[in-house]
Design a protein around this ligand. Sequence first.
Ligand code: PEP
Ligand code: MG
Length: 940
Amino acid sequence: MPDIRTHPHPPPHPPTAPAAPTTPPEQAPRPAAAEPAAPTARLVYDLADGRRDMADLLGGKGANLAEMTRLGLPVPPGFTITTEACRAYLRTGAEPPALRDEVSAHLAALERRMGRRLGHGQDPLLVSVRSGAKFSMPGMMDTVLNVGLTDDSVPALAARTGDERFAWDSYRRLIQMFGRTVLGVDGELFEERLETARRAVGVDTDTELNARHLRGVVRQFKDLVREHTGRGFPQDPREQLDLAIRAVFDSWNGERARVYRRQERIPHDLGTAVSVVAMVFGNRGPDSGTGVAFTRDPATGHQGVYGDYLANAQGEDVVAGVRNTVPLAELERLDRRSYDELLRVMEILENHYRDLCDIEFTIERGKLWLLQTRVGKRTAAAAFRIATQLLDQGLIDADEALRRVRGGQLSQLMFPRFDTRSRPATLATGIPASPGAAVGAAVFDSATATARAAEGEAVILVRRETNPDDLNGMLAARGILTSRGGKTSHAAVVARGMGTTCVCGAEELDVDPVRRRLTTSDGTVVNEGDVLSIDGGTGDVYPGELPVVPSAVMEYFENGCVLPPDADDLVSAVHRLMTLADRARRLGVRANADTADDAARARRFGAEGIGLTRTEHMFLGERRGLVERLVLADTDAERAAALDALLPLQRSDFRALLAAMDGLPVTVRLLDPPLHEFLPDLTELSVRVATAEARNDQADRADRADQTGHDACLLAAVRRLHEQNPMLGLRGVRLGLVVPGLFTMQVRAIAEATADRLAEGGDPHAEIMIPLVGTARELEIVRADAERTVAEVEAERDRALSLPLGTMIELPRAALTADELAASADFFSFGTNDLTQTVWGFSRDDVEASFFAAYLEKGIFGVSPFETIDADGVGSLVRVATERGRATRPDLKLGVCGEHGGDPESVHFFHEAGLDYVSCSPFRVPVARLEAGRAALAAP
Ligand code: PEP
Ligand code: MG
């Protein structure tokens, strides 16, 4: 997950005058920036003026192009329009007034430097116009290449390059891209015409169309534009440029960009930068091409030459996966010089960025050009391996290694993998693009994937290749399978980013989206709805549902975090980074556990105690009858009998927990939910009673009448306890104050279990926690009663017991009066589930399903506040309570036991707020340990 906070922009650079060299780019000194219209609001930066740390303003692409330019690497010249210009456009619906002049000045400087004019003259300059936000959003926004080509400049380009085919191919690409992204013509229509042209000529690929054919295609494309827009394709190069810039701005708010941002938690208000760069051409024949290179394998993290190359191709052809690429290593054979140069550049970049770099390059007639680099997305396994590899290489230190891995990645590594010990037959083997073991019904389009997943079905989205329009289906699917495209295809890049299992380029599969089926090389047919299992770690595709086994990382945790002697490099990397995190962290990590088994697992996973035992989970099943007796009791004696029956059961529960967590704290929360939760449902019971009464009228049997009498009493109790809004009703401490003896019984059970454990030679550390306290008086009463009970047990057992008593902070009033509560509390534990519910007035059981989707869509919040702590609202109360509680009692221990305790981003918040520990479900304990360690690192 990217860091979603926005940072203030760096101060604008001082204005400098444009230089005017006219030499080709590779020899030219870099020009200085043009005179900006207003020094405080510079909207355009020359590539030579930016830096890598200016991604806020120049977007990742612009900042990294600038960085590579600074490093003296072969980057075509150009300039970047800032995200601020985009934000202004999005705010007002119009480009900021100064933008046009600034673009003119920079364009003029570029033209002087190149010695060519945009779309004019005998050697027309063409530019690419590319989007680039602060955070990489691969393929989610628009890009237009070959801007500047017109009816007049195509012949000039053909003459200059001596390659008529190339000139017409570039023009048809421009009209196609521009038509679709800028003018809004349906992209399929262009594809259809191209397909018709190919069929008419009798060829399979575009590269087989000659200049004459392409000229015909251009004519048809121009007709298409006129038909759909009512005007001809723009023939003014500057107008093309301005429209393309605007289209890129607009694409920030395109449907797929919005969906992607929501998924990746990227704020909607950042805007995109636009880089305008002199075109270099990978489609100038067999000695040209374009590709993507990774300095390490983004799937495994292993070092080597990874990437894809496509000869005689331009721009997005590789990522779109429309033609099959060759592995990058092939380039060594095709063009040794460029290959060596690329390896040299890759080494420079990896050493400079001290990380895996993902590079887009183009070779134009044997000359290598870099079009983009970024710190590459990687799988979870690769992230852990690369962090330790770079640490060993001395490129980064231990703190930086920890910064390079995230809790979300760790939890992915804990997912199960397929059990292939029985050597099941595969349907095909593709490229392992994003790991995981996914099982689901095959579906052949995005809409079906979304619809069936919404019904709760696990689906595998099967496509020839994916494109950005498939995003919703990709999000809904358990796994993605494509028959085309390499590790850098759209499917692979996006799946890796989302952490979804993906196998791509399974070429043996013939995917037929129209008949909704795939056929394997031996003729086996898989229809829509048939179950597939895909292994994103090996690339294997299996028919049916394959059994799964725990991952090696999970086994490591289950084994008590002991590194086995035969550990593979991934488990070793995890162990090493977890050790570093434990060393770095200040926050303790406990678990929410209600059973001894959960407690034991949590302990194996590294928990340092239990932060929350929900005792209500001990009142279910067979014990429900005892609770019913308690509720139905009419007399003190009946009530005491019910409580006496519960006492030994609770005591043995607590003993087991204390034994499992011997030596570590165990926070036991007294009963929280309303009593009716333990009784039958009101409607069901009413029906039962009414039916039974009707039957009794007919046959008056004594035993049946007895049962009916019991049910009638129960029904009366259920009616009495029925609440319109039980979450805000008789629950928590309120229950303890109005149901006589209930809390006393629980406290006694805790005290007796502690005494029992001490007698057994154990080292119990129980803590008593009171839920839903709103005022100090409630706590005082419960505390006095608890102290009395503990004193009784001490006297009976002749042992001193140390049982700290604390309160949950889950109501705004509790947080605001924390100074008063602290006088009666040994510790606070923030119940951020209820605190979120009460601060927002959101019913925690209802809102997520009812309207959160709309709130997320409208950008009211980027993520549910029940998932990640709302730092400004709920978080403010956490800070207030911390400060006020500690003012009364400086040694007050502070923890959190709401769901947020295991959420990576929230863990950072709790660290900064100064809490002592977080408590979360056992499976999230490793994530919390890792994130607590990361939170404690000083800023780099
Ligand atoms: C909470 O409210 O955050 C909490 C931990 O209690 P529960 O979820 O049981 O209400
Ligand atoms: Mg609660």
